[in-house]
Design a protein around this ligand. Structure first.
Ligand code: SF4
Length: 382
């Protein structure tokens, strides 16, 4: 009996797309998929078959559990030296609409506007030309002093590389100072698409794909867990997507430091690529499914409801996703790019979405430990 059918008896897989037959055999046998398999999954017209396979793997790994968390995003500044064409958030110094939080303001913001105690601060922002590295370290230290129980997930590989250059430190020295200040783990942003040809078009000023992956590797070796993203739905091809996923998988084979893969749907509004049409539901759902199937060594696949809408995130819980992200208070980056989703979602709303998808809600902390609540505080299981 295959491992898939052993996990949960299901009626047999069916598709009239012959390109999926060998892929299905490998998935059944628990074998690793290759580049061509990835292309077949991207190109198949039978999205239900692709989703069925991804869901089989998802249920084998997580059963009916669907994870969510209660987090708060802090974007300390939107001033940025880079001019990524994909971006609607960053502004040049002196331009209208720029902001930079004073430290007191950032700490105050961290405590405002929520009814549930947050378990995580998610901190990312622009590459500010003048803010010293100490500002970011003080930001984290101050949060840890005020909210010692809250996990700090801060600074993408792109920010780490930039801060290292600003502070004239090596990447390892920079990561060590972050760790000493209280950074607990790192988000997965800035990965975009690793292929140089695409990076030159969408984010020419960012570190290249190889540097992003090397920084992640080093962070993992120094004890940080991180996430990994892929920005899709712009000028990339199926080949570029598969290449991106397989490069992530290769790093994960070495470090096992990635927790979650998060495909990010490109929002073109207010960016230099505003002429590109928005992604469609089929494209969004396929990224989740293909991510689950190719990234066999990633524990979690997240459908980020802020990007794909709560309704599609809910459906994706049947297409390979096991995580629907969090309550997310005050997200700025995707909303500047035209995301029309609400700024935040209540815990009860997330639970309802999950339950109505036939899944079992599981409130997690950043490390996927169970969170139990009482009054206005929380406890994380050991
Ligand atoms: S994507 Fe990030 S690095 Fe690029 S311009 Fe926007 S804020 Fe700056």
């Amino acid at each position: 009996m295959s491992s898939l059918s052993h996990a949960r008896p299901r009626h047999s897989f069916q598709t009239d797309d012959p390109a999926l037959w060998p892929v299905a055999e490998k998935v059944r046998a628990g074998e690793r998929l290759n580049f061509d398999d990835g292309l077949a999954l991207y190109r198949s017209g039978d999205i239900l078959a692709v989703g069925w396979l991804a869901n089989s793997v998802r249920e084998r790994m997580h059963g009916d559990i669907a994870y969510f968390n209660v987090n708060r995003h802090i974007n300390p500044t939107n001033v940025c030296v880079a001019s990524c064409r994909l971006c609607a958030f960053g502004r040049k110094k002196g331009e209208a609409g720029t902001y930079t939080m004073a430290l007191e303001e950032a700490w105050r913001t961290a405590a405002e506007g929520i009814t549930d105690a947050v378990t995580e601060f998610h901190i990312v922002g622009g590459l500010h030309p003048d803010l010293p590295f100490e500002y970011f370290l003080d930001l984290v230290r101050g949060l840890k002093e005020r909210f010692p129980k809250v996990h700090v997930k801060a600074f993408t590989m792109v920010e780490v590389s930039f801060l290292a250059k600003r502070a004239k430190l090596t990447i390892a020295e920079t990561l060590l100072k972050m760790k000493d200040a209280g950074v607990d783990s790192m988000p997965g942003g800035g990965a975009e698409i690793f292929a140089d040809r695409i990076r030159h078009i969408i984010c020419d000023h960012k570190i290249d794909g190889g540097e992003w992956l090397e920084t992640a590797k080093l962070a993992h070796r120094m004890g940080f867990k991180s996430n990994a993203t892929m920005l899709y739905g712009h000028v990339e091809s199926d080949d570029d997507r598969v290449d991106h996923l397989l490069r992530l998988r290769a790093v994960q084979d070495e470090t096992a430091g990635f927790q979650t893969f998060i495909p990010l749907s490109f929002h073109p509004d207010h960016t230099a690529l505003a002429h590109i049409p928005k992604s469609t539901g089929m494209l969004d759902i396929r990224q989740i499914a293909v991510g689950r199937l190719l990234l066999d060594n990633f524990p979690h696949i997240k459908s980020y409801w802020q990007m794909v809408t709560p309704k599609l995130a809910q459906i994706s819980l049947r297409f390979g996703a096991d995580d629907i992200d969090g309550t997310v208070i005050e997200e700025k980056i995707y909303h500047d790019a035209g995301a029309t989703t609400p700024q935040g979602m209540r815990r009860a709303d997330l639970i309802r979405l999950i339950t109505e998808a036939g899944r079992v809600p599981f409130e997690r902390d950043t490390m996927y430990r169970a969170v139990t609540r009482s009054e206005d505080t929380f406890t994380v299981s050991a």
